[in-house]
Write a protein that binds this ligand. Structure first.
Ligand SMILES: *[C@@H]1O[C@H](CO)[C@@H](O)[C@H](O)[C@H]1NC(C)=O
Length: 227
């Protein structure tokens, strides 16, 4: 990982330090280890951490997209071909803040869970396929690895939040299936690189949406809309 990435990670760890002291476990951040009785995290703290994480993931996704664009997409006209079709499109997520405001917080929480779950599989494969990219810059791979890990962490955090907001309610297991692996492996270079481009474009878009939804939900649920 490059130094910028580490310093960001370092500042994240600093922010989460109280949790470190309490739970004595770095690996389980930002979630308490199972069964740690004195490690009940307040809803407010869970939201604070989720927002920091989602912002971090969006930052990484944007940087990864820019990196890929600079290294592989120049002069290929991908931007004009980029159809706004993502595997998560079927989840019909609100496009902007106004639309999101109209949605009941329970549904919005479920939507976030669904989008995060829908990225588990493609992010896993993205790491493997970026490894196989010719002359891939280190920054690209390190970001792919970091995004995959942080996405799983955010999903765990969101499950905790849903568990506190609606205790006892069985959370949804809905997600969109991704079937884009063959397109990341196709022999034709132009087609293959465009598949990467499109996937990273979608990742940047979805991570931005999640970041926005979370900020909105934090305001509504934790601060009773006084923010
Ligand atoms: C990501 O965060 C770093 C550190 O705060 C910042 O310098 C960089 O501009 C951000 N990148 C994007 C694409 O927003």
């Amino acid at each position: 990982m490059d130094s910028k990435g580490w310093s960001l990670k370092g500042s994240l760890l600093l922010l989460l330090l109280p949790d470190l002291l309490l739970c004595k476990s770095v690996a389980s951040l930002p979630i308490c280890p199972r069964g740690a009785a004195n490690c009940q995290v307040s809803l407010r703290d869970l939201f604070e951490r989720a927002v920091i994480l989602s912002h971090y993931i969006h930052n990484l996704s944007s940087e990864m997209f820019n990196e890929f664009d600079k290294r592989y997409a120049q002069g290929r006209g991908f931007i004009t071909k980029a159809i706004n079709s993502c595997h998560t499109s079927s989840l019909s997520t609100p496009e902007d803040k106004e639309q999101a405001q109209q949605i009941h917080h329970e549904d919005l929480l479920n939507l976030i869970l669904s989008v995060l779950r829908s990225w588990n599989d493609p992010l896993y494969h993205l790491v493997t396929e970026v490894r196989g990219l010719q002359e891939a810059p280190d920054a690209l791979l390190s970001r792919a690895i970091e995004i995959e890990e942080q996405n799983r962490r955010l999903l765990e955090g969101m499950e905790k939040i849903v568990g506190q907001v609606h205790p006892g309610v069985r959370e949804n297991e809905v997600y969109s299936v991704w079937s884009g692996l063959p397109s990341l492996q196709v022999a034709d270079e132009d087609t293959r690189l465009f598949a990467f481009y499109n996937l990273l474009h979608c990742l940047r878009r979805d991570s931005h949406k999640i970041d926005n939804y979370l900020k909105l939900l934090k305001c509504r649920i934790v601060y009773d809309s006084n923010c």
